[in-house]
Structures are given as structure tokens and as C-alpha cells.
Design a protein around this ligand. Sequence first.
Ligand code: MG
Length: 261
Amino acid sequence: MKRSILITKALIVAVICSFSMNLAAQEKYPEPEPMRPGMSEFWTPRPKVVTPGTATNNAVITPPSDAIVLFDGKDLSAWKSNNKEGGEAKWIVKDGILIATQTGSIETKQHFEDYQLHIEWRISETVTGDGQGRGNSGVFMQGKYEVQVLESYQGKTYANGQAGSIYKQSPPLVNAMRKPGEWNVYDIIYSAPIFRKDGTYRVPPRITVIHNGVVVQNNTTIIGTTEYIGFPRVVEHGAGPILLQDHGDAVSFRNIWIREL
Ligand code: MG
């Protein structure tokens, strides 16, 4: 009996102590700082530079027979605007090339789950700007997860924000960029996430990215949305579009096709 009274007393003292310590902590420590963009960037280690093989005579490999062609150089009929108002995609199609304009991002009308995606992109030879303002666009898986498009041959930025990165998550394994004015190729193999009933990932999304024939993401786990400010978030979703980002720079695209897996 005596022992149980002692234990009860000790518990009461512990609760009072912890309550007053919490009060003291609240008085002592300031509110946590709000997230700034720099808090989710890391600059080292820098991915090693690898010179990719050469596309002889600027060769274009045509889509395989079972591919869904998303852009064949003629029109944007497979795409729509990502603006709130929706409507037609307003990027420029000229000489068989799609050029990003400052009219908002565009996305495919069709939605996808697991796939193999081929897309070619080019930064202008006369590119200006630096860091994230140098030939910035992006290819988003299911409208949520960005594989960065950026002039990263000469341009310097944080490692988890350069071309081939899963933006602000995974830097590319190496830097396989071609010079401004030359075409880059992404071949992407993507597996969509599976969600639990509570909206968390049961199986997170996974991605392999081959940049100019060089693996830069090797079955990488995507841990959430690719946010500019803050950390990745898990947001439940179903099948989604391929989205191309308007970041204000006139990045060119061609030969875009997808094979559902
Ligand atoms: Mg981008």
C-alpha cells in the first residue's frame, strides 16, 4: 500500500515537472523559422561530369510501333493548358519543334500510370541567366513529380536542382549534359505509387532516368511532390498527365512519345 502511494506521488511530481519544463521551453525558444527555398537545397557533392556519346548528324529515332505519340512536330492536339482556365496549349510549334512560351505549363490530355517516356529537349545556344533562371523547364510525372530540365552544362545551381535531378530530392548520379544548342534526350521509366486508405504511400513512386544514354536516376524512390519551398509532400492521386513546365524560359522540345507498361 505504502509503495503504491509513493509511486503515485512520484508520478504526480513527474507530470508537474514535465508541465513546467514545457512552459519554460515555450518561453525560452522562439517559433521555428518558416521554410525558405535554400533550406531544401544541397550543393555538394557535385555530380561528376560524363561526356555522353554523340548523336551523329543530329539523328532522331522515330517512336516504336506501340508508342502513343505525344508530339510529332506537327501540333499540340495531345496537350492542353495547365492554367486554371484550362483551354488549348499555347506553346509555339515551329519547324517541327515545340517551344515553351510564357503562357503557363502544359499537360497531356491523357493520363497515365506506369510508363516509358521519351522526350528530347534543347536549351538555346544563346541562353542567358544563371542558376535556376538558365533554361529552366521540367518534365512532371503524373503532374506531381519533376525531373528537372535546366542548362547544367555551364550553369551552376544546387545539386538536387540541376538537370536530371528529381527536383529538390535526388541529384543525378552524374552530369551527362550536352552543350546549349544541342539536343538532350530523356528516356524515363516510371512506376506510379500505390496508396493506403489513409492517403500515405503503400508503394512510393519510382523512377529511372537515362540522360543522353547515361543512367542518372537508377530506380530512385520519389518521396513526395517536388516543392520549391519546403519538403516533399505525400498527396494522394490517381493516373496523371505528363506536364511540361513553363518557367519563363524558351526551352525547345521534340519527339515526345510514351509506352504504357
Ligand atoms: Mg524546372
